[in-house]
Design a protein around this ligand. Structure first.
Ligand SMILES: *Cc1c(COP(=O)(O)O)cnc(C)c1O
Length: 222
């Protein structure tokens, strides 16, 4: 393991360590409460606009799953160790990403983003389009590998752990599995305020930012 070439402030690192430990503990407890050992959930640390030294700190602490925001297909496609792009939010974006990946040897894994809450501020395909867009990706985007579905969902849908947006994404996965025989699609859902509810619904990938790195400095459009 090489040391990142970014200076890490020890006090800041302590804060991030405490936050990471707390969130990782809550993720583990929610996974245990879900009671299905065959389904695991990875914790993705989303750094947004935070400095690279914060990412370096988390890395030094042993954390390995990081999420970054980028809307540039070409730039993304050229990142050699990129693991997954979670924000394929239209058939058009899938085609553009596929084209940008022409030079890649291995297909790029992608999550299809679904706008489960229907809010205008959120990106993603409508739930009713999920089978059609998934089919297009599988049949025509040879440089993409459909790995799962992603959603953000509405902020208010967290009462009692009941969340119709997460339920809708689960249902999308079921429809796609039935239509295309894809039985191992992941579910990326759950952020700082609702990751425990998301895990209850079967999320395999929670994306947590502000609870690890502190409040966001501005609200980017998702
Ligand atoms: C910012 C962001 C997150 C993390 O949100 P927090 O509420 O800060 O945990 C997760 N997913 C996406 C797509 C984001 O843009």
């Amino acid at each position: 393991m090489s040391t990142p070439a970014v200076a890490v402030d020890p006090l800041r690192k302590q804060d991030i360590a405490a936050n990471l430990a707390e969130i990782a503990g809550r993720v583990a407890a929610a996974v245990a409460a879900r009671g299905d050992p065959s389904v695991q959930t990875r914790l993705v640390a989303v750094s947004k606009t935070k400095p690279a030294s914060d990412i370096a700190a988390a890395y030094e602490l042993g954390h390995r799953h990081f999420g970054e925001n980028s809307n540039k297909c070409k730039a993304l496609a050229s990142v050699p160790n990129l693991w997954v792009v979670e924000t394929i939010d239209s058939a058009k974006k899938a085609v553009a990403m596929n084209k940008a990946c022409e030079g890649r040897e291995e297909p790029l894994s992608v999550f299809l983003q679904v706008n489960t809450s229907g809010e205008e501020s959120k990106s993603g395909i409508a739930a009713s389009e999920c089978v059609a867009v998934a089919t297009e990706i599988v049949q025509t985007c040879t440089k993409l590998r459909l790995k799962g579905l992603m959603t953000i969902g509405a902020a208010h849908n967290v009462h009692d752990g009941v969340n119709p947006d997460f339920e809708l994404l689960v249902n999308c996965r079921k429809q796609i599995a039935e239509a295309l025989g894809l039985n191992d699609l992941e579910l990326s859902m759950g952020m700082s305020d609702d990751f425990e509810a998301a895990i209850k619904y079967g999320s395999t990938n929670v994306r947590v930012g502000s609870s690890i790195f502190g409040a966001r400095s501005y609200p980017p459009k998702n």
